[in-house]
Design a protein around this ligand. Structure first.
Ligand SMILES: Nc1ncnc2c1ncn2[C@@H]1O[C@H](COP(=O)(O)OP(=O)(O)O)[C@@H](O)[C@H]1O
Ligand SMILES: [Mg+2]
Length: 356
């Protein structure tokens, strides 16, 4: 591979090179991802074949070439061949030189993704902060609780009237209830034990658990990318994270029989998470057809103790997110009625997962 091409592939900005006839001569990995296409499909094709809209896209290219002057459009909405819209800033730069034919470099900077990254990151940090506060608080409650329970036990033994032990019994059982709650708030305590794992094996295992729990009522579709390599991860904790997300999908359904879940895995190149750019990231989509996350809850569901269910604890997603972020990854949610997608992004090039 040419070295320049390799460097271009590391950029998160889409770069497309066009010749003087506006045929594509090269395009980097980011533009292939953005335009949902591949090098094989595009090189040699006319620029008009890259997108459906806007129609004046060609005029802009032709003008830049004819006038030999650069052009920039902010916040342009491109309609891809799939019908999907993406919002981008576009910069068109003509390149002329003595020895070569004039050509154009088109830079495509995706806006939605930048906004999403900053939103997801600020959410991730705010949840890490609230988890740290809850952890601190939970420890503060646990210590005196042990003392209260021990004193109640001693008192029970000293009480002259056995009918009074009913009260010490209440103190002890309530202290136990509170300790259980605090333990759940503290979440998984184990250190991460990352070993090479096959993510599809993890997903198959969780499917078996969900199928058993739901009495085989839930329909699960798989859409796996078979070329995904093994990467380091803590199997038990990732099972817990995926299970928490899938259980929510089942619980959100009006009845288990109507619940359909799609598990999709994909490989993404050049992806930024937690201020680190990763060359290769595994994206796991868990998509359900349920009623969706109510709009007013969409920004808070990852926070501990936020629940929309009468018997919920609000800990499932908070634990899942903490597991994923310990792996250096990201957990996001996009939800409209009938289609809720939780996506777990895990770095595949991660030598040292972040331990907390
Ligand atoms: N797939 C989903 N569809 C609809 N709502 C969801 C989904 N996943 C999570 N939620 C909402 O997010 C809330 C928080 O989930 P979670 O942290 O697992 O806690 P819990 O399940 O104990 O309520 C749920 O109570 C529910 O309101
Ligand atoms: Mg839950």
């Amino acid at each position: 591979m040419r070295q320049e091409q390799q460097i271009l592939d590391y950029l998160s900005t889409g770069v497309v090179e066009l010749d003087s006839n506006l045929n594509v001569t090269a395009l980097n990995a980011a533009s292939q991802a953005l335009l949902e296409t591949s090098e094989a499909r595009c090189v040699g094709q006319h620029a008009s074949k890259l997108i459906l809209q806007p129609r004046d896209w060609l005029d802009k290219l032709e003008q830049a070439l004819a006038n030999n002057s650069p052009h920039a459009s902010r916040d342009m909405c491109l309609m891809l061949l799939s019908g999907q819209d993406v919002r981008v800033d576009v910069i068109i730069t003509p390149i002329t030189g003595d020895k070569r034919q004039p050509s154009l470099i088109v830079e495509l900077i995706e806006i939605d993704r930048l906004m999403k990254i900053s939103r997801d990151e600020s959410l991730m940090y705010s949840h890490e902060t609230s988890r740290a506060v809850i952890r601190g608080l939970a420890h503060e409650i646990k210590n005196p609780l042990g003392g209260v329970r021990g004193a109640a036990q001693l008192l029970a033994r000293e009480l002259p009237d056995s009918s009074l032990t009913e009260y010490t019994g209440i103190i002890i059982s309530e202290a136990d209830r509170l300790r259980d709650l605090v333990d759940r708030l503290l979440g998984p305590k184990q250190q991460l034990n990352p070993l090479p794992l096959n993510i599809h094996e993890v997903l198959e295992h969780v499917q078996d658990l969900i199928t058993a729990e739901s009495d085989n009522q839930v329909r699960i579709e798989r859409d796996y990318d078979p070329s995904l390599p093994e990467f380091p991860g803590d199997r038990a904790q990732l099972i817990q994270a995926v299970l928490n997300v899938m259980r929510n999908a089942v619980q959100a359904a009006d009845e288990p029989g109507s619940c359909e879940i799609t598990l999709r895995t994909r490989c993404q190149r050049q992806f930024t998470m937690g201020a680190r750019r990763h060359r290769l990231v595994c994206a796991i989509d868990i998509i359900d057809n349920g009623p969706g996350v109510p709009e007013e809850m969409q920004h808070t569901i990852f926070a501990p103790m936020v629940t929309g269910r009468a018997d919920g604890t609000g800990l499932g997603l908070s634990i899942a997110q903490s597991v994923v972020s310990q792996h250096g990854g990201l957990l996001t949610c996009d939800s409209i009625p009938g289609k809720t997608t939780f996506t777990i992004y895990l770095p595949m090039d991660n030598e040292h997962a972040k331990a907390t």
